[in-house]
Each structure stands twice: as C-alpha cells, then as structure tokens.
Design a protein around this ligand. Structure first.
Ligand code: KIV
Length: 280
C-alpha cells in the first residue's frame, strides 16, 4: 500500500505488532481473497495468507499442496483488499527448509511480488538459521511452533503438542530459538493450554494462539472455519461465529427453484428497448 498524504504508511507494521506483547490482545484471521480481505480489514490487526489456502480453497488434503506461486497470487489479492491490517504471507513447504539462501530468495520473492509486511514459516530450532537470515535481509518473520501442519505426514497426523516432558522441553527450545533468531511474533498451534500460557510468559515476543491458550498475546482462526464455510469437520479449537454454509445452500436452492419455475429473471432484471436510468 502506498503511503498516505502525510507520507505515513497506514498499515499496521510488524514492529507495531511486536510492541503489543502483554497488551491488548492481537486479533488475527486468515484471508485468501480480495473480498474477504476487504470485509475483515476493519476488524483485525493482522491478516495471514496461510498455506491452509491449499486445503480451504483448493481442496488439497494437506497444506503441502501450496506452492510459492499460489501464496503469491493470494497474497496479492489480500494486499489489494486490505488497507490497514498487517499482512503476513506463509512460506509454503519446500520454499525455505533447505538452506538460509533458499529461504531468503523465497521470502524476497513473496515480499517483492505482494508488498506484504512479513512472512511466516514453520519450525523452531530447525529453521532458526533461516529466520535469522530473512530478518537480516530486512524482512520481518513470524514463527510457527507446536503443531506444524506442514509436518503432519511425517508426524503421523495432527498431534497435540506439550503432553510429555520431553515435548515440553522441545517446545521451549523452539520458542527460544525463534525469539533469538529475531522473529517479531510466533504462532503457537495445537498445544496444551498450560504449556502455551507458560511459553507466552517465557518469551519476549507476542504469541498468537490457535488451539493453544487464552493467555496468548493474540488469537488466530482460519476464516472459513470461523464463519461456518468449511465442508469437513472442524477442529475442537474452532468457534463458529456464523453458519454461511446454510446461508449459501438456501440461496442456491431458492435460485434453482426460481430458474426452474421461470420466476427468475423478473421484470427488474431484464432490459427494455428504451434505456432506463441506472441500468447496467
Ligand atoms: O496456514 C494457516 O492458516 C496457519 C494458521 C492456522 C496459523 O498457519
């Protein structure tokens, strides 16, 4: 987004999010499209173009179906729709794990082609070098620890983290590594409530919870889950605030009935030979 008349960028920056540690909760949602970004922009602090887009909009079984091109296309759409929120775009699996050089090249492409404020990548200790290199290249990074959807196949499914002492210790190592590497915030997903709350107190950067704890510095949900559009079963941690599947299904049923009975289109939806005011 271009700077406004005063020269200031009206978007919430990654550093402004970083300063919210321990303050007013940070409101985050995923967004993948222009109209949804426009609708959500007034209500949230941060929009994440999550690689969940591969499952939610493209019908893949896991987030491994996301590509850099897919993330960039959705990132561009969200950037066109959001004027105020901090926009973060996910780095898809395969675009950053190999080397720090690969991670920086992918992050530069994402930011260069979308104009987003930051990128997100999954992992703690194992990707600390990549996070540090992207931050050193001047691109803010959001971390993602706990349950990591890009690893569900190698993990044997969606497994809640923090249920064994060994796993809690690994979570602490991951949180500390992400913080030390310079991330401005970190998503904690699918983690035992008390562990996520303790991690939030332990590190100095904001934690954004999803299936984690109300004590996290912010919360995020997948937009389609939150508005009741998701076709498959939604996880326990989702609260549905609307039932858009029923609304859309009822609208489609009414439309189909009216087309079949020839009551749509009606007189107000067709054109006469003489031009009317306000017609398309
Ligand atoms: O891809 C995604 O939507 C995410 C959020 C659920 C945190 O990573």
């Amino acid at each position: 987004m271009a700077p406004d008349a005063s020269g200031a960028d009206p978007r919430i920056s990654a550093s402004a999010i970083r300063l919210r540690k321990g303050g007013e909760p940070i409101v985050c949602l995923t967004a993948y499209t222009y109209p949804i970004a426009r609708l959500l922009d007034d209500h949230v602090d941060l929009l994440l173009v999550g690689d969940s887009v591969a499952m939610v909009l493209h019908g893949h079984k896991t987030t491994l179906g996301a590509s850099l091109e897919m993330m960039i296309a959705h990132g561009q759409a969200v950037m066109r729709g959001a004027a105020k929120a901090c926009v973060v775009v996910d780095m898809p699996a395969g675009s950053y794990e190999a080397t720090a050089r690969q991670a920086v090249a992918s992050a530069r492409r994402v930011v260069g082609e979308t104009g987003c404020q930051a990128v997100k990548l999954e992992g703690g200790v194992t990707v600390a070098r990549q996070i540090a290199a992207i931050v050193a290249a001047g691109i803010p990074v959001m971390g993602h620890i706990g349950l990591q959807p890009q690893s569900v196949e190698s993990d044997g499914g969606y497994r809640i983290k923090g249920r064994t002492d060994e796993n809690v210790a690994a979570l602490y190592r991951d949180a500390e590594a992400v913080e030390k590497a310079g991330a401005f915030s970190v998503v904690i997903e699918g983690t035992v409530e008390t562990v996520a709350a303790d991690l939030t107190r332990h590190i100095s950067i904001p934690t954004i919870g999803i299936g984690a704890s109300g004590e996290c510095d912010g919360q995020i949900l997948v937009i389609d889950d939150m508005v009741g559009l998701t076709v498959d079963r939604v996880p326990k941690f989702v609260k549905q605030y609307a039932d858009l599947r029923s609304v859309i299904s009822q609208a489609a049923a009414s439309y189909a009935a009216e087309v079949r009975s020839r009551t749509f289109p009606g007189p107000s939806h067709v054109f006469s030979a003489a031009a009317d005011k306000g017609e398309a």
